[in-house]
Design a protein around this ligand. Structure first.
Ligand code: HEM
Length: 356
């Protein structure tokens, strides 16, 4: 019952968002009372309050998957557990700081790898999709994102092991209430890739965490952002304004991540709202007040201690994408634009494969 209520509250915001808007929720913060022994849940719809909470030491990162992993076979969720124990996303305090430091130089290697990537190669991929039988912005986004992530995975693993699209785009552990079968499948995909790498070379602990981070935290928001960018490009071309007008700029303003979660660890008040120790807080990363200035009011990479470590890498990927779209000579008018899959409650926005 409680899960259904929370799902409904999440869906009322992220299930009905489009790629360009968060809906209008009248209350700044909605509290859902305790149900039996379960903690109180809070839903924050104002981006200013979200920022304050993310920067406030009274709210900590939480291991929201623990209850669901307890229902799974431990041997079939090994990588998800390892990831949660070692990636900064799920850690607090000094361990979090140490893990973030460990990741930084490895992620910088990925940025350098992309700096050396020829734009012409990415443009050729785009043109390949545009010349295919059923081109869509969804397929462009997948092809381009797979190209970037394959290069990063090869850079970090020190191998040429290729990774297929099912592994890259089939791993999403950031669901509020995942089923065991889903977690088993995600783990299996990650395992198949890591096992292939290990047959050639054993990655160092830092490299291993980056490989897992790329697969479990990197691809989902990136492919959504690239799809969003391709849609903007497509709109510009099909409305006849592409030639002569400046291309749209790299823009992350509408978060492909819909929400993040925190647990309140001491009673506190934020902008007149009282939070109690133990409250589970769902923080939307776009303003959900219907405010027309919402574009200026989003936190695509989060805020505070857990701000996205992959931000420089994502920026580089988006710069390359823009450059490649600019060099592309294919016919964008043939492509179909993919919208956001409606009705979902996942943390990352998903786009529809409209030509499937
Ligand atoms: C457009 C693409 C991306 C978006 C919008 C995005 C968004 C976010 C957000 C909102 C958070 C904060 C989570 C929280 O507060 O709980 C986050 C954290 C994180 N992201 Fe990203 N992300 C993107 C790409 C990437 C990539 C490519 C990587 C690396 C491969 C990455 C690695 C991380 C890591 C390691 C954290 C945890 C940071 C910490 O806890 O200190 N992200 N991301």
């Amino acid at each position: 019952m409680r899960i259904l209520k929370i799902l409904h509250a999440l869906q009322s915001v992220v299930g009905f968002r489009t790629e360009d808007t968060f809906p209008n929720r009248p209350a700044s913060v909605e509290f859902m009372d305790r149900d039996g022994d379960g903690p109180r849940a809070a839903f924050v719809h104002r981006i200013g309050i979200t920022r304050r909470i993310l920067e406030d030491g009274a709210f900590e990162q939480m291991r929201f998957l623990d209850d669901y992993l307890a229902l799974c076979d431990p041997r079939r969720t090994e990588w998800i557990r390892y990831f949660m124990d070692h990636n900064p996303e799920f850690l607090n305090g000094e361990v979090h700081r140490d893990r973030s430091r460990l990741l930084r130089p490895e992620l910088a290697r990925c940025v350098r790898r992309l700096d050396a990537m020829p734009v012409a190669g990415v443009a050729a991929l785009v043109d390949g999709v545009l010349a295919s039988e059923r081109p869509s912005t969804f397929r462009i986004a997948r092809a381009v994102t797979a190209h970037y992530f394959s290069a990063c995975l090869q850079e970090i693993s020190g191998t040429n092991v290729s990774v297929d699209e099912e592994v890259l785009f089939g791993v999403d552990i950031f669901l509020p209430f995942p089923r065991p079968a889903h977690l088993h499948a995600c783990n299996q995909r990650v395992d198949s890739y890591i096992a292939a790498v290990r047959r050639i070379r054993e990655p160092s602990p830092a490299e291993l965490i980056v490989l897992l981070t790329l697969l479990m935290m990197g691809t989902a928001p990136t492919v959504a952002t690239v799809n969003w960018t391709a849609n903007r490009w497509h709109r510009q071309v099909t409305s006849g304004t592409a030639s002569g007008s400046p291309p749209p700029e790299v823009d992350f303003s509408l978060a492909p991540t819909s929400f993040v979660m925190r647990r309140c660890v001491e009673d506190t008040e934020v902008e007149g709202h009282s939070f109690e120790q133990g409250d589970v807080v769902y923080l939307f990363l776009g303003e959900a007040s219907g405010c027309p200035l919402h574009r200026l009011n989003s936190l695509p990479f989060g805020a505070g201690r857990h701000t996205c470590s992959g931000q420089p890498l994502s920026r580089r990927m988006l710069e390359l994408t823009h450059a490649a779209f600019g060099e592309s000579r294919g016919d964008w008018n043939r492509a179909v634009a993919s919208g956001v899959v409606p009705g979902r409650s996942s943390a990352f926005v998903k786009f529809e494969d409209v030509t499937a």
